[in-house]
Design a protein around this ligand. Structure first.
Ligand code: 5GP
Ligand code: ZN
Length: 113
């Protein structure tokens, strides 16, 4: 997708701090961390919403969810972590390429308000 920030990051056109990459996903540090450890796991196929996901993209997302726990020691997730997928305006989605926030490194409150 042209003009998609995360497509450009995946292609290396915009720099990022890469933590992991394979054929399905690209994982990098969030530029504005909301926890001591804050990464973004981005499926390599562009789509905005779960409701728009095709079967191939669903397989990619599944691969992401299988891979993240396997990366626990690399990402420092041993004490637990939170995964967040913002969808649409009310959730505050700002980048319209579906991504999983990986948050870790402190005890987190449960306060989505
Ligand atoms: P959203 O609000 O769409 O769920 O999450 C977008 C995330 O992308 C935000 O946490 C924001 O800090 C991060 N972000 C925005 N621009 C950049 C960038 O240029 N580089 C990196 N590494 N993260 C970014
Ligand atoms: Zn994209």
């Amino acid at each position: 997708m042209e003009n998609c920030l995360f497509c450009k990051i995946i292609k290396g056109e915009i720099p990022s701090t890469k933590m992991y990459e394979d054929e399905n996903m690209y994982i990098f540090k969030d530029i504005d961390p909301k926890a001591p450890k804050h990464y973004l796991c981005v499926p390599k196929s562009h789509f905005k919403l779960l409701s728009e996901m095709n079967d191939t993209q669903a397989e990619m997302l599944k691969a992401c969810f299988k891979k993240i726990p396997e990366l626990a020691s690399i990402l420092g997730l041993e004490n637990g972590y939170r995964l967040v997928i913002n969808q649409g305006d009310d959730a505050g989605q700002t980048v319209f390429h579906l991504h999983i926030h990986i948050l870790a490194g402190k005890k987190m409150d449960w306060n989505p308000a």
